[in-house]
Design a protein around this ligand. Sequence first.
Ligand code: PMP
Length: 344
Amino acid sequence: MLMVDYDPSGWNAPEIKPFGPLSLDPTSSCFHYCPCVFEGMKAYLGPDGKPRLFRPELNMARLLRSAVRATLPAFDPAAALELVKRLVAQEARWIPNKPYHGLYIRPTIIGTRPNVGVMPTDDYALFFTVCVPAGPMFKPGSSTPLALLAMEDRVRAWPGGTGAYKLGANYAPAFESQKEAASRGYNQNLWMIGKNQQICEAGIMNFLVVLKREDGSVDLLTPELDGTILPGVTRQSILELARAHTEGRTELDGILPSTKIHTRETLITLPEVREWNAQGKLLEVFACGTAAVVVPIGRIGINDEDIVFPKYEEGYGPVAKALWQRLVAIQEGRIEWEGWSVPC
Ligand code: PMP
């Protein structure tokens, strides 16, 4: 694991040392007021057997934004990335050499101020990073598309809150709803906000829909970044790849070059999704994030009723499948694209 201490003199010398327990004062602020921010990234083995990270500078920039939001000490994101790369290079033997497998990396910053006083933790902190081998969450053909339980009486995030940051404190309050979803046969929650049931996220993933246009092209819609949504690295990459396809800069497999994918970051409500589905306009619903990359969504439960979406062989609709396959090919270094896959 990688460890860097922060004290009033600044960031101390980094260390890579064997994985093991931390020893912290019980009054450390992270145990009480939750100054804890983190990232989730994955390293993949390239065709040359070398580890690669996917757009890691976006994760480090988001970690810095999260740290500033939680009043934890700031850091140089380029220097932090150098350290994470060194850790991954050293631990590359833990990356499973199998398709769709990777090493999940968890950079974390916690406030360690040893004082129960309720005040910012900008003077004592610990940056640590651990790694865990990870397999695919969704297996095409043998897995069922996700089922989401829409939450009407709970919200994950709210305007002016911290939903757009990766604070540990965003996650524990969602576990009760996650448990309820699991007990009713759903994989994740569909987070919404407001009386109009504005869709936010699919559990811990971003939410996307594909709609059919009369002229044969499609719309790819995802909720806009209004402060209640985590700006996912996968979400951004999907939007950029779809735009590249539509602008003729690349051709996504299985999608005709003439099929334009019009991307839109916009407000999406659950009643709209229901309506598009009833009209036969809704082609695909899917979620994306680092852990799962792209996963199809088959139904959304609300009020003891399920809204059931179109089914596809292997689970994925054509747009989700094309984006998922291209992303994985870039992540695994089989296709070079705009410097997204960074060797360690
Ligand atoms: N939303 C939430 C709430 C998340 O925790 C994550 C995982 N980081 C995502 C979306 C997906 O973000 P990314 O594509 O950067 O993993």
